[in-house]
Design a binder for this molecule. Structure first.
Ligand code: ATP
Ligand code: MG
Length: 533
């Protein structure tokens, strides 16, 4: 980050007040229950760039405390995405690595009389916590003896109870105006195989209990999270104040605002709904703002990182307009894309003064120009209008890297549609107002192109409960086009600029192995003002 952000100011102050630089450490803690999205990049970039700036560790910690939705495939995808973006972590850890330690710390809390086993239902517990405007109701089990609590907790761990039969709760303050402090749950019973620890555990720590203690055990100095956790901070600090036993400096939690994008959702849970309802194909659907979706769509790590850098870090909640990402995307693609001629809606031109194929130089290759060539239908007009500089009867235009051409007459089919335009070519090199792209018909390569529009037709789908009611039914359209043979060897790493149209990339998921059926994704048009994902 170029400007000093508020977190850097806090860290600088901590250093000034005596925090040794060698004690600085940052982490990115994704839960392996889905793929990473653009919002996560904000968090990764923040933690990574702070670690770079202060020359300290950046840890990738998988926050895998809930076996219900967590899977190995998500671990793989998350690592792939972070690598692709170009961020390097120095250590890979798992919240589940600390399960034994956490269990011991929980027993320590019980011994201090600061935690108890509650045998009420979760529903009952929730009711008793009530709202911050009224006092909560203490659980009748709050006064259980330390001995009983230790015994019951052990039984919970050994699988002697059914799911929902009891939980371990911290004993804090049922009248606190902060609901999080009203005897929060530390452990619940979940009898499901954990993707990493298998069937070893029947109890799993909650986020609130696990997160801060993991930060502490891992010696994280500044635990950065999004604003929705600001009310959890007193609890984060309460737990830490009770467990400090190793003499490390306690981590501190700071919050920053989430990244939200217009016309888009930025939540794994909501994306999962879209996948389950088959509104999108999968996590890597090019219409989703997931990293894998953006990659498939043709976005580059450069564009994404420059965008994230530009929006910066603050505590203000806001929706970012996607045009900024579009700006960096175009800037990057302009530098790296290969130019290709592709015709979308072909109109045939027949050249009366040419019989054999001519080979012409275009970029680094020779391309054929033969008797029949395709141009875009919209580049020809039957009844000439003022200021229409493209092709019309009697008007000369340039064909890109080829000849000057003049349209002589229109040959029509019986049904009145145009069969072809009879034309004449000239070798003159004069300048004309229009230069058209073209493809020789005989040598043209048929390709398919996915065009993408907004996935939602409302500006803030994130805020709406029934967000799936606002899907743009035309968010993906497939069209046919005709390309130069050059694209026969297209690969998914290269970005292509289709002349006078925009940027495209090979969709290697729908293109078959030998490239005999080529499918491209439109990344972005030149003209489009607002990008739609
Ligand atoms: P989601 O709501 O998409 O499920 P999450 O916060 O539950 O997101 P985690 O895997 O727990 O997902 O997130 C890992 C880290 O990324 C957390 O520190 C979280 O605060 C941060 N993060 C998640 N979404 C955003 C976002 N939109 N903007 C910035 N940071 C985010
Ligand atoms: Mg989460």
């Amino acid at each position: 980050m170029s400007k000093t952000n508020f977190l850097e100011k806090i860290i600088d102050k901590d250093i000034k007040n005596g925090l040794p630089k060698k004690n600085l450490s940052f982490r990115f803690p994704p839960e392996p229950n889905g793929f990473l999205h653009l919002g996560h990049v904000k968090s990764i970039y923040l933690n990574y760039s702070l670690a770079r700036k202060y020359k300290c560790p950046f840890i990738l910690r998988f926050d895998d405390t809930n076996p219900i939705n967590e899977e190995t495939k998500f671990i793989k995808a998350i690592k792939k995405d972070i690598n692709w973006l170009g961020f390097k972590w120095c250590k890979e850890t798992y919240a589940s690595d600390y399960f034994v330690e956490l269990y011991k710390l929980a027993k320590k809390l019980i011994l201090q009389g600061k935690a108890f086993v509650d045998s009420q239902t979760k529903k009952k517990i929730k009711e008793q916590r009530r709202s911050s405007y009224e006092d909560g109701i203490e659980s009748p089990y709050r006064k259980r003896s330390i001995y009983d609590n230790l015994e019951l907790f052990k039984k919970m761990k050994n699988g002697c109870f059914k799911e929902g039969e009891c939980v371990l709760r911290a004993k804090i303050d049922m009248n606190s105006p902060n609901i999080n402090l009203r005897d929060p749950i530390m452990y619940r019973i979940i009898k499901k195989k954990h993707y990493k620890t298998g069937k070893k555990w029947f109890i799993y720590p909650t986020y609130d209990w696990a997160h801060g203690q993991n930060d502490y055990l891992e010696k994280i100095s500044h635990s950065l999270c999004t604003l929705e956790f600001q009310h959890n901070k007193p609890l984060y600090n309460w737990f830490l104040s009770k467990i400090k036993s190793y003499g490390h400096i306690l981590p501190k939690q700071y919050e920053f605002s989430r990244l939200n994008l217009n016309y888009s959702i930025m939540s794994k849970t909501k994306m999962k709904v879209l996948i389950e309802k088959q509104i999108v194909d999968n996590w890597d659907d090019p219409r989703l703002p997931t990293i894998s979706g953006l990659r498939r769509r043709g976005f580059t790590p450069d564009a994404i990182c420059n965008f994230i850098k530009e929006i910066g870090i603050s505590k203000r909640e806001n929706n970012i307009d996607i045009y900024l990402l579009e700006f960096y995307l175009k800037k990057n693609l302009a530098k790296i894309a290969e130019q290709v001629m592709v015709v979308f809606n072909p109109l045939t031109l027949k050249i009366e003064n040419l019989n054999e194929t001519k080979w012409l130089r275009f970029k680094d290759r020779n391309i054929p120009f033969s008797k029949e060539i395709y141009i875009e239908s919209k580049d020809f007009i039957e009844n000439k209008k003022d200021k229409f500089w493209r092709l019309s009867i009697g008007q000369k235009v340039r064909l890109k890297s080829a000849f000057t051409i003049k349209a002589k007459s229109i040959i029509k089919k019986k049904n009145g549609s145009i069969k072809y335009i009879l034309c004449k070519i000239y070798k003159d090199k004069s300048k004309y107002k229009a230069t058209l792209h073209w493809v020789a018909k005989k040598y043209s390569l048929p390709i398919k192109i996915n065009l993408y529009g907004k996935l939602f037709n409302i500006k803030c789908p994130e805020k709406i409960k029934n967000f799936t009611d606002y899907i743009n039914k035309k968010s993906r359209i497939q069209v046919n086009a005709f390309a130069e043979q050059f694209l026969r060897n297209a690969n998914s790493k290269t970005k292509y600029q289709f002349l006078r149209n925009g940027y495209f990339c090979l969709d290697n998921k729908s293109t078959n192995k030998n490239n005999s059926k080529l499918v491209f994704n439109k990344i972005i048009s030149f003209k489009q003002k607002r990008f739609n994902i």
